[in-house]
Design a protein around this ligand. Structure first.
Ligand code: PRP
Ligand code: MN
Ligand code: MG
Length: 182
């Protein structure tokens, strides 16, 4: 992390750890959806990395679509206010849907998204998330596939941003407090 200067405190999950866990999750998804058409719904922008790395590991009949919602703004706290910035192009009627997320923090985004997608007549809706902060949960969300449970720290990288930065890091790291405390 030398090129990140002092912004990062430490690496929480290495690229190798993330990829090894995705190998396991992809095998599980392929087994669970064997013989079925699966629609992956990536939640922009944070899910771009996990979507790309998960989807390329799947061997089944898979389509991808994207929604853009936002709840954080540019700060470090969830607001609970969810806005649709871009809706799906796909009709969900009768489809097996797997929502792909980078992180579940308060759970407010996914709780809202789950009921929104369920109202569209899908055959099933499940959730896959790379990261989850169990101690930060304000609402319980039923998650089928979890990469890693992590402590309630501000993390960036592998799709996760702070003020739109650090999404490109191939690993997950903790942000040094001076970065968000100004
Ligand atoms: C982040 C993250 C999740 C959500 C989790 O997205 O990518 O989508 O917050 O928070 P919650 O569980 O407390 O609702 P954000 O709204 O920051 O948009 P982004 O993906 O474009 O960064
Ligand atoms: Mn997001
Ligand atoms: Mg964000």
């Amino acid at each position: 992390a030398a090129d990140m200067g002092d912004d990062l405190e430490r690496v929480l999950l290495s690229e190798e750890q993330l990829h090894a866990r995705l190998d396991e999750i992809a095998a599980q998804i392929d087994a669970d959806y064997a013989g079925q058409q699966l629609l992956l719904v990536g939640v922009l922008k944070g899910a771009v990395m996990v979507m790309a790395d998960l989807a390329r590991r799947l061997r089944g009949n898979v389509s991808m679509d994207w929604m853009a919602v936002s709840s954080y703004g540019s700060g470090t706290k969830s607001s609970g206010v969810v806005r649709i910035l871009k809706d799906l192009d796909t009709d969900l009627t009768g489809r097996h849907v797997l929502i792909v997320e980078d992180i579940i923090d308060s759970g407010l985004t996914l709780s809202w998204l789950l009921s929104n997608l369920r109202s569209r007549g899908p055959a099933s809706v499940e959730i896959a998330t790379m990261l989850r902060k169990p101690e930060a949960a304000k609402v319980e969300v039923p998650v089928r596939y979890v990469g890693f449970d992590i402590p309630t720290e501000f993390v960036v990288g592998y799709g996760l941003d702070y003020a739109e930065r650090y999404r490109n890091l191939p690993f997950v790291g903790t942000l040094a407090p001076h970065v968000y405390q100004g």
